[in-house]
Structure formats: structure tokens, C-alpha cells
Design a protein around this ligand. Structure first.
Ligand SMILES: NC(=O)c1ccc[n+]([C@@H]2O[C@H](COP(=O)([O-])OP(=O)(O)OC[C@H]3O[C@@H](n4cnc5c(N)ncnc54)[C@H](OP(=O)(O)O)[C@@H]3O)[C@@H](O)[C@H]2O)c1
Length: 310
């Protein structure tokens, strides 16, 4: 069944449970354009992109054409994009937002996120400036003061061009720091989340603060070892579904989920979720007792994830 589940955010707005992810959708921009249109045609109502994915213009074109072809209105869907790490300086935030909005060309953004609790040195103009040792070139002027970036993002709400603001890749220590000065509690924290990284503590913390969690890399990202997991294979077989569908079905019991695909059949099937039993959910919860893995771990050179602070 096409998943139509939604979650209500801390400001009363609603976020659809399954989104099409668009990271690493390939060099040929026509591919992501077609993927977005295919997703809207088969029932996705949430699309996730970012300035750093370099595809906002084609995602926006896919949304505009996809809405027309599916007979949908702009307000029927939810679109997320993200502030790039090279635009972390507060003075850069308004223009970075306007540029994303112009590239997407969809009137407004539903959710604008700080992509990482990091600001990179914008001087080089490179999207991901590196130091000679290969670590990311952190912006020394801002030096980890993501509270200032957040303050600039809060002001964007006054423009009416963004409905919700959120963060991504925020650990508990960083959220605690942010909440000390935040006037607006982030509506969403988007983090890597799947059975090898169930994020139990972070989910509990976010719930206590009214922050919704979205799961990125829910299938284990590219070349995923999750897709060969025996427990997942057994549960998938019992429901006559794929492991990917089982992962999405489990994911939506915890928050929203962002599976990426550019393949029309996989796009269609990934949003067809099944009702897992309590026992199956527990079996999947238990997978991380023997298997843990974080698939997305850029070399930032500073603590970012919860385990970095332990
Ligand atoms: N905030 C952040 O820092 C952050 C970081 C990472 C990701 N994200 C977001 O989360 C989205 C999802 O994460 P992700 O792209 O890392 O990985 P993912 O969705 O876990 O996995 C994508 C991979 O799985 C393949 N796949 C998709 N459906 C499949 C199926 N049914 N069976 C087998 N393989 C399948 C895809 O290939 P095909 O395309 O060929 O199907 C692709 O190689 C991203 O696209 C992005 O929007 C956010």
C-alpha cells in the first residue's frame, strides 16, 4: 500500500512520512528530474534535496512538471532543502536561502535545514574546501558557532518563504548547546538512521524536546550491507516484500524516512510499506545488538556525531 502516513511537527505543520532522497542521483541532471516526476506520480508527497547535492534546479523542474502531470497543487507536497556548510556565516544565510529558492522555483520551501553543525571556509568558493591533510577546512571566523547560523535561519521564518526550519546531523551535545540560545526549537533533526544505527538515545532526546527525526540513508546508502541482512530478509519474505520496503516500513515507526532511488520500479516499491508486527519491529530493533555501522562519516576533523563526544 502506498504510505500516506504523516507526522505533526512541533509547530502544528505536517510532514509526510516517506520522502524521495536525491543525494548522489548522478551527473546527468535529467535522471533526478525524471526520478522526482516518477515519485510524485506514484504517491510521494515529500522530496528531499540540498544545495550541496548540486541538483536543486532539476529537482525543482521535476517538482513543477510532476505536479502538473499528477494534477497536484504546490501545497499538496512538502519540499526540504538545506543550507550548505560554506554558507554557515550568518551574513550569508539570507542569500543562500534565496538562491536555493530561486533554483527550485517552487514559491516557498517547506523545510530549510542547517545541513551540518559545521561552517566551512567560504573563501575558496569550493563546495567542500579541504585542508592539506584532507580534513574539511573549517571557517575560523565562525569556529563552530552554529548558534549564530541558527539565529539567521530563525529570521527566515519572518519572510513567509519557509514554513519550517530544522537541523541535520545534530548530536545530543550539539542540540543541547543549540537549545540554550534558540528562540525556535528545530522542527526536525535529519540524521542517519537504520537498523545498524537505530539512534535510540537521540530519538528519545529529540522526542523529549519536541523535535521530529527524519532518517537519512535508511537503506544503508550506496553499496549497502543492510540489503543482505538475514533478519531483514526473513521478515521481508514473510510479507512478500523487498528488504528495502521492510526497512522503510520499520523506519516509519520511528519518524519520517528518505529512501533515495533513481530507478522507477524501486521508487514505486520503496513507498509501498507493510504493517510489521510488534515482534518483527523488536527483531529489527535488536539487529544493532550484533551489527552497528555508520555509513556516512565525512572527515570533519572536529566532533560531530554522538560517539565523537563519548
Ligand atoms: N542530511 C544529510 O547529511 C544527508 C546525508 C545523506 C543522505 N541524506 C538524504 O537521505 C537520502 C537517502 O540517503 P542515501 O541516498 O544516502 O541512501 P539510501 O536511500 O539509504 O540508499 C540509496 C541507495 O540504495 C539504492 N536503492 C534504492 N532503492 C532500492 C531498492 N528498493 N533495492 C535496492 N537498492 C535500492 C539506490 O540505488 P538506485 O538509485 O539505483 O535505486 C542507492 O544506491 C539522500 O538521498 C538525501 O536526500 C541526507
Amino acid at each position: 500500500m502506498v504510505c500516506q502516513k504523516t507526522f505533526t511537527l512541533n509547530n502544528g505543520n505536517v510532514i509526510p512520512a516517506v520522502a524521495l532522497g536525491t543525494w548522489q542521483s548522478g551527473e546527468d541532471q535529467d535522471v533526478v528530474y525524471k526520478a522526482v516526476k516518477a515519485a510524485l506520480a506514484v504517491g510521494y508527497r515529500h522530496i528531499d534535496t540540498a544545495m550541496m547535492y548540486g541538483n536543486e534546479a532539476e529537482v525543482g523542474r521535476g517538482i513543477r512538471d510532476g505536479l502538473k502531470e499528477a494534477g497536484l497543487k504546490r501545497e499538496d507536497i512538502f519540499v526540504t532543502t538545506k543550507l550548505a556548510t560554506i554558507h554557515g556565516r550568518p551574513s550569508m544565510v539570507p542569500k543562500a536561502f534565496e538562491d536555493s529558492l530561486a533554483r527550485l522555483d517552487i514559491g516557498y520551501i517547506d523545510l530549510y535545514m542547517m545541513h551540518w553543525p559545521i561552517a566551512l571556509n567560504p573563501a575558496s568558493g569550493k563546495l567542500i574546501p579541504l585542508k592539506p591533510d584532507g580534513s574539511r577546512d573549517i571557517d575560523e571566523e565562525l569556529d563552530g558557532k552554529f548558534e549564530l547560523t541558527w539565529g539567521a535561519m530563525e529570521k527566515l521564518l519572518d519572510t513567509g518563504k519557509v514554513k519550517n526550519i530544522g537541523v541535520a546531523n545534530f548530536s545530543i551535545p550539539n542540540l543541547e548547546r543549540l537549545l540554550k540560545t534558540a528562540k525556535v526549537v528545530p522542527a526536525v533533526n535529519q540524521v542517519e538512521l537504520h537498523p545498524y544505527l537505530p539512534q535510540n538515545k537521540l530519538l528519545e532526546y529529540c522526542k523529549s524536546k519536541g523535535i521530529h527525526c527524519s532518517a537519512y540513508s535508511p537503506l544503508g546508502s550506496s553499496n549497502s550491507t543492510l540489503l543482505q541482512n538475514e533478519t531483514l530478509a526473513k521478515i521481508a519474505k514473510a510479507h512478500d516484500t523487498s528488504i528495502a520496503q521492510t526497512l522503510v516500513s520499520w523506519g516509519i515507526t520511528r519518524g519520517s524516512v528518505l529512501p533515495k532511488s533513481v530507478n522507477p520500479e524501486r521508487i514505486k516499491s520503496n513507498i509501498e510499506t507493510v504493517e510489521l508486527t510488534e515482534q518483527e519491529i523488536q527483531e529489527i530493533n535488536d539487529i544493532s545488538k550484533t551489527n552497528t555501522k555508520r555509513f556516512v562519516r565525512p572527515n570533519w576533523g572536529i566532533p560531530v556525531f554522538d560517539e565523537d563526544f563519548e
